[in-house]
Design a protein around this ligand. Structure first.
Ligand SMILES: Cc1ncc(COP(=O)(O)O)c(C=O)c1O
Length: 402
């Protein structure tokens, strides 16, 4: 880095403070001490049960369950569908480690599906691998908020007899053609971990319209026989069918996290707008930059731009590593999905050796030069303009056409 070059001083991992009403609600829970979701005073609903009712209403789902993490939600969704050891489960090759990890946690087998250039699942390959593996479940990850054509995917799943679980860890608050992300499959799972669209440190949410799936999920999560205390749960008959045959695999959410989350649910729309303003500012700053290719977003995809991805087409690994280092030297943190070794939160399918992944040439091509950047809401629009300028200058400094 030469003298006089601008440097960004902000933090890529600093979130906004929690809203004051979330802090007040958390203090109330701490003061009364009833943190366990089933520890309720007479007539009290409890924060966890209220959160479930409010998130169900927000998404339009009939039922909702709050759990300990997004990864736990994914595993519970698979268990609720009866996925068992050795069973193949289709999933995107472009996702993060908790997704195949949830499949592996049941002793089931991830079957990775190829990735299109726009970072969504390759439906042709999905059909081929569904046929070859005999899988009956697709765990679809809306990775980094990229939503495929959900109408086409729904038709394909129906044709292939696949049950769809949506991993909405990166699409809470997003929509496909006006329908909330998570309303296209049998079950959807969300994460409420700090780097997601609502922040409780850890946590997860599941939604479904299916009474049997949700009764099983609630029982699995460790409801003991307290399920009547839920407010976004199926009717007693559904529990009667499953209560003695469903194991307790505890992973409940507590009232403290739920209290922190409740005031954040109505903020999701405003947060989407705030994130997208930042996303668009970076996109504007990078558009037309020599050597940089942005990912085209599809019509109908109302995404949440909490991160942005772009490529350096034609660049070799060493050049990309130098570029990432040069940006880091100027305060801009990029993650490279083509890196030979996993780093921090970032890994890719080839690194998950336990799942014995095949070589997926289209995914390799899609990820080889792919860079990824978080956009915390603590960045101002001016910050975003500066970040884009730094990236652009460093891409120009690479010289020669990539
Ligand atoms: C794509 C994706 N799915 C699922 C999860 C799981 O969420 P959690 O960290 O709450 O277990 C994550 C978390 O990073 C994720 O990135």
């Amino acid at each position: 880095m030469g003298a006089g070059k601008a440097k960004f001083e902000g933090s890529f991992t600093q979130q906004e403070p929690l809203p004051e009403d979330a802090i007040a609600a958390a203090l109330d829970v701490l003061r009364h001490g009833r943190l366990h979701r089933y520890n309720l005073a007479d007539g009290e609903a409890g924060e966890a049960a209220l959160l479930e009712a409010e998130f169900a209403a927000h998404t339009g789902a009939r039922y909702c369950l709050a759990v300990a993490s997004g990864g736990y939600a994914l595993a519970t969704a698979l268990r609720a569908l009866g996925v068992g050891p050795g069973e193949p489960v289709l999933t995107n090759a472009f996702t993060l480690a908790p997704v195949p990890g949830a499949i592996a946690s049941l002793g089931a087998r991830p079957v990775f599906v190829e990735t299109r250039e726009d970072l969504t699942i390759d439906m042709e390959d999905l059909a081929a691998r569904a046929g070859a593996s005999g899988a009956r479940v697709l765990l679809l990850s809306h990775m980094r908020g990229h939503i495929c054509d959900m109408d086409a995917l729904g038709d394909l799943c129906a044709r292939l007899g696949l049950t769809l679980i949506e991993d909405c860890a990166h699409t809470m608050g997003a929509r496909w053609r006006g329908t909330p992300s998570g309303r296209h499959g049998a079950i959807a799972c969300y994460s409420t971990q700090t780097y997601k669209h609502v922040n409780a440190g850890e946590g997860g949410l599941m939604i479904s319209d299916d009474p049997d799936l949700m009764a099983r999920a609630i029982l699995l999560s460790g409801s003991y026989m307290h399920y009547p205390r839920h407010r976004a749960a199926p009717p007693p008959e559904a529990f009667a069918r499953h209560r003695l045959t469903t194991p307790n695999i505890s992973g409940r959410m507590d009232n403290l996290r739920a209290a922190i989350l409740r005031p954040q649910i109505p903020m999701l729309d405003a947060r989407r707008e705030a994130w997208n303003a930042r996303y668009r500012r970076i996109e504007e700053g990078l558009s037309g930059a020599p050597g940089i290719a942005l990912i085209k977003r599809r019509v109908g995809e109302e995404f949440v731009g909490s991160s942005i991805q772009f490529r350096l087409p034609g660049r070799e690994g060493a050049e990309i590593a130098d570029f990432v280092a040069a940006c880091a030297g100027r305060g801009v943190e990029l993650k490279w999905f083509g890196a030979p070794e996993p780093h921090g939160f970032t890994s890719r399918y080839a690194h998950w050796a336990y799942a014995d992944p095949p070589v997926l040439p289209r995914t390799d091509a899609a990820l080889a030069t792919l860079l990824d950047m978080r956009l915390p809401l603590t960045f101002s629009l001016e910050d975003c303009a500066l970040i884009a300028r730094i990236i652009r200058e460093e891409a120009e400094a690479l010289g020669g056409a990539g």
